[in-house]
Design a protein. Structure first.
Ligand code: FES
Length: 805
């Protein structure tokens, strides 16, 4: 066994700390701790001459464990870890404590007590560092390829970005043509250009001049050498690990061979079958073999297998000059190996039929904005004319109803965010082309929050669009005139209105793509309560997910306009590129380790692990044991806190290491009741830090122990703390929905509640234990809670019945 030699390096912060702490007493105390072979004092140890002293001691073999008391702990930790590693010592054999913010400053009014606390902190650090083990790095390969699921604006953009960065990219679209919901929208705000406009390729694609944007079919997207597009295809299985996914894609038959089709459209002309055209909202018919609109990608018709009579008819086969029709084509499974995946499946329009008062299903002249968009589109079913679907006569009066299925707790409580702008855009387009049409928009609030968006509102008003503030209660049909009437209370003028309309247009909510749930399950991704894909962190990591190497963007995350979708796509692409770029993942093995001899058949840890890092594998004797993926484990310890058999441990946070630290912290007594504050390394400890930085005072009898996440804590730790002399225990973690490891804080909260019940059973006051959920800026809350805890304990008197615990 290695002879442990601990070096302790005490920074006095340029002589500031000795004004509060008795450094001579501290140094004398530390020298007496078994295992300590060297104690040095300096102004600072995280850089300059100070760090040279540490490195010198390491290089000369004087020490093989290092404890540093430093006043810039985080920065110091990083610098010291890097330096000792270069000097040949594993960086995990170093402990850094902060005697300034964690001791001197918050206890400056009680210097003697602070000095005693400093001794306890250093003792705990020394005892811990003696038990630490080196942790090595492992490398995992990352393939230089990516899959993008969804061929709308975001998907196309992300695929193009990645391909142009040199990665092999597969773009999968479930529909037969690229474009997504955007392609049906006609034009976009705020640029007023076509929806199928995308950034043109800057790759070496001949004949494509890179300009600010181009139509999809002119963009060169299909010619980028390392970008492969699969339409009419969907992902059915994903296996493997981040950096090395095996994806199975089902490519449904198109029945028209893309490599042979010459785009003459003779098959479409010859087809005798006519069915309602869904793409054009059923406002016209199409053939069983069809393309949506001219100039789609791919420019190859597809056969609708629900409508086609196949070999009974086969007229398309007869007329095709290039032998491209294959009525016997079958679905095929395509296997792809990719390092990263981007989900860009978009969103869809909410079906307003369920809102009975608007009679979407009953009255043909009640339509949605997507249907209106098709009418406004020159390629659409009415060639740009605004007609009543019931009799195809021009509409003279149009009433638009906002927030249909949005901001409505019966359906979707959220604001769909783009419906106001879509209504304004459509109202303007109609008024500009047909000034005689009367357009009224019934709204709750008009939301025009983007750049240039308010101009649409102003322009609509200038063009004579009327606005009524109120959510209509009903749309009904006058039995005699057959005209639609919209009942609405004008909230501004406080009057009831009956608005006549030829056409009622519903600004229907936008909801998650139909296959969002299926894709989330295949990829192990989470959906929010609204059904959209959940980001890793909405503020800072909006296009990442908790699954490494899998990213999300565009409307898959929430309804978005085109500029935001595009921005999101660039972000996802750059995140994916960053993930792929090194060709490997280098990871410290700060992972959980299973003691198989104790592990037995329960499924707690695989279920609780926020990163799907634990699976159950069958052993030779038929039992199942947990197996931790070294690649996926993030080292939070939530599994440790959950295991009922203590069969799983986190490297360097083993039970003996934690208990030793607890005992050491509480072994140096104080005049006030001792409190152990177990803090997570994230918001919990940051709040403790910030209270110290702000010099907020709390008793020095509060001893702080840092753990990766409060999810690692077990009831046993509370009991051990009480046994070791704590009169109270605080658990300080992130907000319950803000844990950096997803669920740790919530689990800790439940454990604290459970422990309180147990304590009561033992006759111990449950008020001796509490959980505090904080963020960094709430240092004052921590200091206040610590003061109150000590006051409470003083009133309660010493802990009794401790023997029974
Ligand atoms: Fe703070 Fe989990 S990281 S409680």
């Amino acid at each position: 066994m290695e002879n442990v030699k601990v070096g302790v390096f005490l920074s006095d912060c340029g002589g500031q700390l000795p004004k509060i702490l008795d450094f001579d007493a501290i140094m004398g105390y530390v020298k007496g701790i078994p295992g300590v072979v060297l104690v040095e004092r300096s102004s600072e140890f995280w850089r300059g001459e100070g760090i040279k002293k540490i490195l010198d001691a390491v290089k000369r073999g004087k020490v093989n464990r290092v404890v540093v008391a430093e006043s810039v702990p985080k920065l110091g930790e990083i610098n010291i870890a890097q330096a000792v590693e270069e000097a040949g010592l594993n960086p995990y054999l170093v402990e850094v404590v902060d005697l300034k913010n964690g001791c001197a400053w918050p206890h400056r009014e009680t210097p003697r007590e602070a000095t005693e606390k400093a001794k306890a902190m250093l003792l705990a650090a020394v005892e811990r560092v003696k038990l630490l083990e080196p942790i090595e790095k492992i490398e995992f390969p990352v393939l230089q390829s990516a899959l993008v699921i969804g061929g709308g604006i975001a998907g196309m953009q992300a695929a193009m970005d990645l391909a142009e960065l040199g990665f092999e990219v597969y773009l999968i679209e479930k529909e037969p043509f690229l474009g997504g919901i955007a392609a049906r929208a006609g034009t976009f705000f705020p640029t007023d250009d076509c929806a199928i406009c995308i950034q043109s390729s800057t790759s070496d694609v001949k004949t494509v001049t890179p300009t600010s944007r181009k139509c999809v079919y002119r963009s060169g997207i299909s010619e980028v050498p390392n970008l492969k597009i699969l339409t009419n295809a969907k992902v059915v299985k994903v296996e493997g690990v981040p950096g090395n996914y095996r994806v199975t894609v089902e490519k449904r038959p198109r029945y028209v061979d893309e490599s042979k089709c010459v785009g003459c459209n003779l098959c479409i002309e010859a087809c005798p079958v006519e069915v309602p055209d869904d793409y054009n909202a059923g406002l016209k018919t199409r053939k069983a073999v069809y393309i949506n609109v001219p100039n789609v990608y791919p420019p190859v018709p597809v056969i609708d297998e629900d409508a086609c009579k196949f070999h009974e008819c086969a007229r398309c086969v007869e007329v095709c000059p290039s032998d491209a029709i294959n009525l016997d084509q079958k679905a095929e499974l395509v296997s792809l190996n990719v390092g990263s995946i981007i989900v860009a499946v978009g969103f869809r329009e909410f079906n307003p039929s369920v809102i009975k008062e608007y009679h979407y299903d009953d009255y043909p002249d009640v339509i949605t904005h997507l249907e209106l968009a098709r009418m406004i589109d020159g390629f659409g079913p009415t060639g740009g004319m605004i007609l009543r679907p019931s009799d195809r006569k021009p509409a003279k009066k149009i009433v638009m109803i906002q927030c249909v299925g949005s901001r409505d707790r019966r359906y979707n409580p959220y604001c769909s965010s783009i419906c106001c702008m879509i209504s304004l855009k459509h109202a303007i387009l109609i008024k500009e082309a047909h000034p005689e049409i009367d357009v009224t928009i019934c709204y709750i609030d008009i939301r025009t929050t983007g750049r240039e968006h308010e101009k649409y509102y102003e322009r609509a008003r200038e063009l004579g669009v009327k606005f009524v503030k109120g959510r209509p209660t009903e749309v009904f049909m006058d039995p005699e005139t057959k005209r639609l009437i919209v009942d609405v209370e004008d909230a501004l003028l406080n009057r009831f209105l009956e608005l006549e309309a030829d056409l009622v247009v519903l600004a229907s909510a936008f909801v998650p793509a139909e296959d969002a749930g299926e894709i989330a399950e295949i990829l192990g991704l989470e959906l929010g309560e609204d059904g959209f894909f959940k980001e890793y962190n909405a503020k800072l990591r909006p296009t990442e997910t908790k699954v490494k190497g899998v990213f999300i963007c565009g409307g898959a995350v929430f309804p978005k306009d085109a500029p935001t979708s595009s921005l999101h796509a660039h972000s996802a692409a750059i995140k994916a590129a960053k993930f792929l770029l090194n060709g490997k993942i280098v990871k410290d093995q700060r992972t959980a380790v299973v003691k198989e001899e104790y592990c037995g058949d329960c499924e707690f840890c695989p279920v609780i692990c926020p990163y799907n890092a634990i699976s159950l594998v069958q052993t030779g004797n038929g039992h199942f044991v947990a197996r931790v993926s070294e690649l996926l484990c993030e080292g939070c310890g939530v599994c440790v806190g959950t295991c009922p058999l203590n069969a799983i441990e986190l490297k360097n946070w083993r039970q003996d290491q934690m208990l030793t630290q607890i005992r050491a912290l509480l072994s140096v007594k104080a005049s006030k009741p001792l409190v152990l504050a177990i803090c997570c390394s994230e918001c919990g400890h940051a709040a403790v830090d910030s209270s110290g930085m702000a010099m907020l005072q709390y008793p020095a009898s509060v001893r702080v122990m840092k753990v990766p996440c409060t999810g690692i804590i077990q009831v046993q730790h509370f009991l051990e703390a009480f046994k070791a002399g704590a009169q109270g225990v605080m658990v300080v973690g992130c907000k319950s929905d803000g844990c950096h490891y997803e669920v740790g804080s919530q689990i800790a909260g439940r454990k604290v509640e459970l422990a309180k019940i147990l304590l009561k059973e033992y006759g111990v006051e449950p008020e001796r234990l509490e959980m505090l959920n904080v963020v960094y800026i709430e240092g004052a809350r921590f200091a206040e809670a610590a003061r109150r805890m000590v006051e409470r304990l003083e009133k309660m008197g010493p802990l009794r019945l401790i023997e029974s615990v």
